[in-house]
Write a protein that binds this ligand. Structure first.
Ligand SMILES: [Zn+2]
Length: 383
């Protein structure tokens, strides 16, 4: 009879069994990050992740995002109320400061907060924003603009061009970019593309900066995507192709922005496919990471939308391809905590209950930024 394996070997085989459905990426968390990639599922609560997981893999499977080693959950409340919008939550993650709903990159009294794109740029790193919503929408705006209200789309676009000048901006919202704004963008060395074909055939070695505007307003839901529009995965990979040219590294924010719209519409089918499109982009990035110890990888949400509860099916375990039975509590945002996953330098600080401002702290610490802008103490880990 063979002897039982020693405890170490048992632990090792358990480890590999646990990770068997995940990409084979192993990380050491002991260095500074050269690159940071932040994925934000707009409106993506834990139940949204579960509904997508069951549909894609069955209840026992796991999504790419669920393969990251460190995880916890964050509170999302803004300044002065309990239920956040994407502007306040985006500002909290991008700057480490709570603000009131509708405000982009500023405090309640108008004070400007430095964001992680500005910090990355000061360190000589390339920066990028990718979203399935309008590129001037609240979440990307919070990372590269400073405006009193999220509705100031044109002012937000000008903030991008006159401020941090992200090297890559990809998404929808062409209506905002009137000919004068496009001219300003060209003056700042942006190559501008409007279709997937133009993006795919672009000679990226010849473009200093890239602005992609693939839809008049938000891009189509993943379920209705035409051939003219790239997927979130395709945009993300193009952004990485360009950002990787910078020897100093990069910061990239990728938003699965239409998860929120599907939640507002209480549309489970679209919601599942939006989460899966978001997860597909995450999987592609994980598979393509060169040295994983170079890159801090964070995945989270800005808030939950819809008050989604999963109540069935009753009587049997749902199989792959099956939509769970749900109840929606609202067509608006909720105050529910949202999940956070992380991997790479500094990611071990992600555990248990935290606040959404931790996203800024994690990025700042991982990049090795010396002091906290704004003079507030930065806390890592638990709130
Ligand atoms: Zn929303």
């Amino acid at each position: 009879m063979p002897a039982a394996p020693p405890p170490f070997k048992r632990a090792l085989s358990t480890f590999f069994i646990l990770f068997i459905s995940c990409p084979n990426v192993l990380f050491a968390d002991d260095s500074k990050a050269k690159n940071v990639i932040l994925f934000i599922g707009d409106g993506m609560g834990q139940a949204h992740v579960l509904a997508a997981r069951v549909f894609a893999h069955g209840p026992a499977g796991r999504l790419n995002m669920e393969c990251l080693e460190h995880f916890g959950y964050v509170t999302t409340y803004p300044n002065g109320s309990f239920v956040t919008d994407s502007a306040a939550a985006g500002t909290a993650m991008a700057t480490g400061h709570k603000t009131s709903n509708n405000i982009i990159g500023r405090g309640r009294y108008g004070q400007e907060y430095k964001n992680v794109l500005e910090l990355a740029r000061e360190m000589g790193k390339a920066t990028g924003l990718v979203t399935t919503t309008e590129v001037t929408h609240a979440t990307p705006a919070a990372f590269a603009a400073h405006e009193a209200h999220r509705a100031e789309a044109k002012a937000i676009a000008l903030d991008y061009l006159d401020g941090v000048q992200p090297d890559v901006i990809l998404g929808g919202g062409a209506w905002v970019w009137t000919p004068d704004l496009l001219e300003e963008a060209r003056k700042r060395d942006y190559t501008i593309v409007f279709t997937k074909k133009e993006m795919d055939t672009l000679d990226s070695t010849k473009s200093k900066r890239l602005l992609g505007l693939f839809a008049h307003s938000h891009m189509a839901f993943a379920t209705e995507q035409g051939r003219e529009e790239p997927s979130l995965k395709e945009m993300t990979l193009k952004a990485l192709e360009i950002l990787r040219r910078d020897p100093d590294g990069f910061f990239l924010m990728v938003e699965g922005g239409r998860i929120d719209n599907a939640g507002h519409n209480n549309d489970l089918r679209r919601l599942i496919h939006e989460v899966l499109g978001f997860d597909e982009a995450i999987g592609a990035v994980m598979a393509g990471l060169g040295d994983p110890n170079d890159t801090l990888f964070i995945i989270t949400a800005d808030h939950e939308t819809g008050g989604l509860a999963i109540v069935g099916p009753g009587g049997h375990l749902p199989g792959k391809g099956e939509m769970v039975e749900v109840r929606w509590a609202t067509k608006r945002h909720t105050a529910a905590d949202v999940p956070i996953w992380a991997q790479g330098p500094g990611a071990e600080a992600v555990r248990g209950k935290m606040d959404n401002t931790v996203v800024f702290s994690l990025i700042k610490e991982a990049l090795g930024v010396a002091s906290a802008p704004g003079g507030l103490p930065i806390k890592i880990g638990r709130e």
